[in-house]
Design a protein around this ligand. Sequence first.
Ligand code: HEC
Length: 193
Amino acid sequence: MSVKVSWIAAPVLLCCTMTGAIAGAAPAAPVYTAEGKLQLPSDYREWIFLSSGLDMSYSKLPSMTGHSMFDNVFVDTESYRVFVGTGRWPEGTMLLMETRAATEKGSINQHGRYQAGGVMGIEVHVKDSKRFDGGWAFFGFDGKEPASMRPTTEDCYSCHREHGAVDTTFVQFYPTLLEIATAKGTLKVTDKH
Ligand code: HEC
């Protein structure tokens, strides 16, 4: 197993490192510290944008926080290309959700909401089956420091596993991916995802 993986992985790493060097960007693969924390992929704003959600809530009760927020979801470019071809996520996939405050009136805006101010939070969802039971793990960033893995007892894992339309990810809310997964037949068969 390890022999097979290493001779497959070597050319892939070489190719991506070279592409990264040419493009001046870091190779898109999760980078961990010695303690197993995930490094923040600092170039994620150059990844593929999937969608924004405004005040999405997973509870039927009205939001109690009084804060209006956008979330912006990105995926690393290499994994996106694999998904376009197959409707599936390869090992090393990173999906990143960034949250920002939503605000109403400013400049010439009179109606509707737009994103304002700095990043309020970043969560990264990583597929790395050799490292994580269940294949995926979440990392919550507070600033730019490396983040610890969220414990698998958190409800992130159960909700994503039970309701995510493709391999624990919420493809049903990312319109361009939904079209691809539908065409490739990789959507999880369930009546409510
Ligand atoms: C009750 C269900 C539910 C729970 C619990 C939940 N999420 Fe999600 N998550 C969603 C939905 C729905 C989306 C997609 C829509 C959106 O918000 O943009 C999503 C999207 C995401 C994404 C974007 C990538 C992807 O996988 O689709 C990340 C990252 C993420 N969630 C992290 C977390 C973390 C971290 C936690 C736990 C602290 C968590 N989620 C808990 C439902 C859930």
